[in-house]
Design a protein around this ligand. Sequence first.
Ligand SMILES: Nc1ncnc2c1ncn2[C@@H]1O[C@H](COP(=O)(O)OP(=O)(O)OP(=O)(O)O)[C@@H](O)[C@H]1O
Ligand SMILES: [Mg+2]
Length: 269
Amino acid sequence: METTQPILKLNNVEVKYLEVILVLKGVSLEIPEGGIIALLGANGAGKSTTLKAISGLLKVEVGEVTDGAIEFKGERIHRKTAMEISKMGIIQVIEGRKVFEHLTVEENLKVGAHLRKTGSTKEGLEMVYHYFPRLKQKRSEIAGYVSGGEQQMTVIGRALMAQPKLMLLDEPSMGLAPLLIKEIFEIIIKLNHKEKIPILLVEQNVKLALTVAPYAYVLENGRLVMHDTSEKLKQNPDIRDFYLGLSDLGERKSFRQVKHYKRRKRWLT
Ligand SMILES: Nc1ncnc2c1ncn2[C@@H]1O[C@H](COP(=O)(O)OP(=O)(O)OP(=O)(O)O)[C@@H](O)[C@H]1O
Ligand SMILES: [Mg+2]
């Protein structure tokens, strides 16, 4: 991969909830400066837990990094609080597009502004509206009543207001119509390319994630089972079968076949 120092490094990270529930079992991954990487895996694999371990939000859920280390720009961060970590510029967009429902779209965006180090709130809003013209149109509407796609844009916009040095995105495509997903992902790619924001993307939409991110990691039951360039992963038989639902001939497998495979796979792990 890249030869420059990674901006984020997880080294053998173990996470437990409530001191006993072992969820991450030695996860190591790297995000290169300015890069996008994807973290893939089935329900309950530990994707959100990985993001929360990085952002420090784990502590809110009585979870803890019990082994290994997380380094951001060479500095160990896994003992820091969520507030300290967000001040360093690591911003997580949590799963389920949590807007402040009773505030307007613009008020939601302004919430992200308190973490800004330079530039005014007004400049921040201009930048967000530049990338998300839809939000400009909806800025005075109550966030609880705008569409799901616009709520997802609002939470990403709110993260952008904080001038992130690293953005952690948890399933931005969840529950959205294909056209909206396309619109949002085009913007995510632009944010990475033009604003040079490094992104760790968690997705269950594997096909989409492998298109957006050039490199990906696959989690299963709290362990990394594979990592490679997206080009290689797209050709990998397990990925094709299990995550893309494609047989060797490139045909879509029936749901029953894939489900059978999943069941078999669970027995094997
Ligand atoms: N606060 C918590 N306390 C105890 N166990 C938890 C907690 N949060 C998550 N878990 C458990 O940790 C495991 C990983 O959960 P996590 O939310 O990280 O998975 P995920 O890969 O994000 O799944 P999904 O695709 O459903 O969002 C699951 O078995 C889950 O039940
Ligand atoms: Mg999750």
